[in-house]
Design a protein around this ligand. Structure first.
Ligand code: URA
Ligand code: SF4
Length: 208
């Protein structure tokens, strides 16, 4: 078995936390296994649990539209979540569930080796930033800023933004998320440029 098959089978058969009890499908993630960009959401919802695919419900449709507006193509992105099984009644994942599931995300990152991970929402942002020793109280204080982190032996950049579902309830957040996705598109279009060069250019562009 190759490493992906092994990971797939570990997740589909996983009983490491209580979320396995109610799932129809564990949702590992989808996208090219050599993607430069990875998106990490929170947890599968009802539609994702039925389909076994991430972001296929209302939040997913909004995400697809926002990616398109920012000039990013979903086909070239690997999309997954912090927890792979749907929490009952779409409640937020609990800390012990995130902790149980995190090793799968770390394995995915190790296999894909993305240049950039966009964390969507406070759960995935807090989880990834904690690997750089950063503790956050809320998403607003970190969103829209690129930060270098190391996951295992992979050096990459994270960019936190709001969760797309937040823009369903608060449509004003949509423009902010699209703006953050454009920062990601700009970052990815610069091959070889260091993150520091990029941040300086970005500040210059913004007139700081
Ligand atoms: N919300 C998420 O965080 N992930 C999904 O896959 C769908 C909705
Ligand atoms: Fe296993 Fe993650 Fe599903 Fe919990 S959420 S049962 S840790 S795959």
């Amino acid at each position: 078995m190759d490493e992906w098959e092994e990971l797939r089978s570990a997740v589909f058969n996983c009983t490491k936390c209580r979320l396995h009890e109610g799932r129809k499908h564990a949702v590992l993630g989808e996208g090219p296994l050599n993607a430069e960009l990875m998106l990490v959401g929170e947890a599968p919802g009802a539609q994702e649990d039925i389909a076994g695919r991430p972001f296929v419900g209302a939040a997913g449709r909004l995400l697809n539209d926002m990616l398109g507006e920012a000039g990013l193509s979903r086909d070239r992105i690997y999309i997954t979540n912090i927890v792979k099984c749907r929490p009952p009644n779409n409640r937020e994942p609990l800390p012990d569930e995130e902790e149980a599931c995190m090793p799968y995300l770390i394995r995915q990152i190790g296999l894909i080796r993305p240049r950039l991970i966009i964390t969507m929402g406070k759960h995935s942002s807090a989880a990834l930033l904690s690997m750089a020793g950063v503790r956050i109280n809320g998403i607003s204080e970190v969103r829209g800023r690129l930060r270098s982190i190391k996951v295992g032996n992979v050096e990459l950049t994270v960019l936190p933004t709001y969760h797309p579902a937040a823009a369903i309830y608060n449509p004003r957040l949509r423009a902010t998320i699209v703006g953050d996705l454009r920062i990601a598109a700009g970052f990815l279009s610069r091959r070889g440029a260091s993150i520091l060069d990029f941040i300086e250019d970005e500040e210059h562009r913004l007139g700081h």
